[in-house]
Design a binder for this molecule. Structure first.
Ligand code: HEM
Length: 335
């Protein structure tokens, strides 16, 4: 945010991508990528490469990469190799640190701490540690970054929502409020509803995939054991009401507290549900609350272009073209 003091024009994907990589890296590895001279890798760039290529593989009708490699497949191989190297380095650092320090500074430290646990149910193998770290890094970045991109796009299209967010963010600071993990939007209700409405109308995760573990039946449809089931969660969120067009981001739902159609996070399927609900949900919501508060307290935010962006599926749903915006410090904000 310091880099924004000169009223810059920013590309949302770049800024929010760096932000979420940074936060994820700090929590998972206990280190921010750009602060580590030892790492010397561009985690944000490598993750972007992985997402764009894996996303196109997901919807490809022929799995050609099993037989031959195109240049883009070689790029993703290199990026995955870099990620593996990065994770290996982090594991090594954590092993060294936890050997001499009692304090656990990251999720990785906690994994290393239980690696050789007496109870085999708790113990983690090297392979399990590596796979879990890879999942956390991949799951935590683009999802949250694209949630923020869509939220900021919607705000940029609705000046009345933007003004409400500015008032709320300034008041939050004036009253000396802080963010809580349990209730990140407790003192930022407008921001909370912007996030809910963005998750509903432009969920970065449009479907969930399951495999039936036993013969079952869902609303009259029989699903035999072993069958794959894809639940179109984003589509369900857009079809939930008989009377209103739920496809659009609706400022009334955001600004009017008493709207019956207000969609609570518990009804929203962007994070999945049940036992497999996203374990990073609270983290994503705190990240979003902090970013919205900090931006609207300090800056006037203007989209460069309010045209409706085309979407693409690249592991998550994201705008195909870059969304650019201008940030101007509020008068007297001193930041
Ligand atoms: C807006 C942000 C996010 C969205 C929309 C989201 C959504 C999801 C969804 C839909 C799943 C699959 C659930 C299922 O299989 O039923 C999932 C899984 C997961 N998410 Fe998130 N997520 C977000 C942010 C995060 C963050 C910040 C982290 C942590 C760094 C994270 C970590 C994970 C992990 C580790 C899994 C895999 C869980 C498993 O395989 O059991 N997510 N997420």
């Amino acid at each position: 945010m310091k880099a924004w003091t000169g009223s810059p024009e920013i590309t949302l994907a770049d800024e929010f991508g760096k932000y979420t990589v940074n936060v994820t890296s700090r929590i998972v590895f206990g280190i921010a990528p750009e602060n580590s001279a030892e790492v010397g890798m561009d985690l944000h760039r490598d993750l972007s490469t992985v997402f764009s290529v894996l996303g196109s593989r997901f919807v490809s009708s022929f799995q050609y990469w099993r037989y031959f490699r195109l240049p883009k497949d070689r790029r993703v191989d290199d990026a995955l190799e870099n990620l593996k190297l990065y994770i290996d380095k982090m594991i090594l650092q954590s092993k060294k640190r936890t050997a001499s320090e009692i304090e656990l500074r990251s999720i990785l430290d906690a994994f290393i701490n239980i690696k050789d646990h007496d109870n085999p149910k708790i113990r983690l193998s090297e392979n399990e540690i590596f796979s879990n770290l890879m999942t956390l890094v991949l799951a935590g970045e683009d999802t949250t970054a694209n949630l923020m991109i869509w939220a900021m796009y919607h705000i940029g299209c609705h000046p009345e929502v933007k003004s409400a967010l500015e008032r709320e963010a300034i008041e939050f600071r004036r009253l000396g409020k802080t963010f809580s993990v349990d209730k990140p939007f407790e003192f930022l209700p407008v921001a909370g509803r912007v996030i809910q409405e963005s998750l509903r109308s432009r969920s970065p995760t449009p479907f969930l995939m399951f495999t039936a573990l036993e013969d079952t039946e869902i609303e009259g449809v029989s699903v035999p054991k072993g069958e794959k089931v894809i639940l179109l969660t984003r589509r369900a969120q857009l079809l939930d009401s008989g009377s209103k067009d739920l496809k659009a981001f609706d400022p009334a739902r955001v600004l009017d507290d008493s709207d019956d159609d207000q969609i609570s996070i518990s009804k929203n399927r962007a994070f999945g549900g049940g036992a497999r609900i996203c374990p990073g949900r609270s983290m994503a919501l705190v990240e979003s609350a902090m970013l919205l508060q900090r931006i609207f307290e300090r800056f006037d935010f203007q989209l460069k272009d309010t045209g409706i962006p085309t979407e693409e599926f690249a592991f998550v749903m994201r705008p195909l073209e870059s969304i650019r915006a201008h940030l101007k410090p509020h008068k007297g904000s001193g930041k």
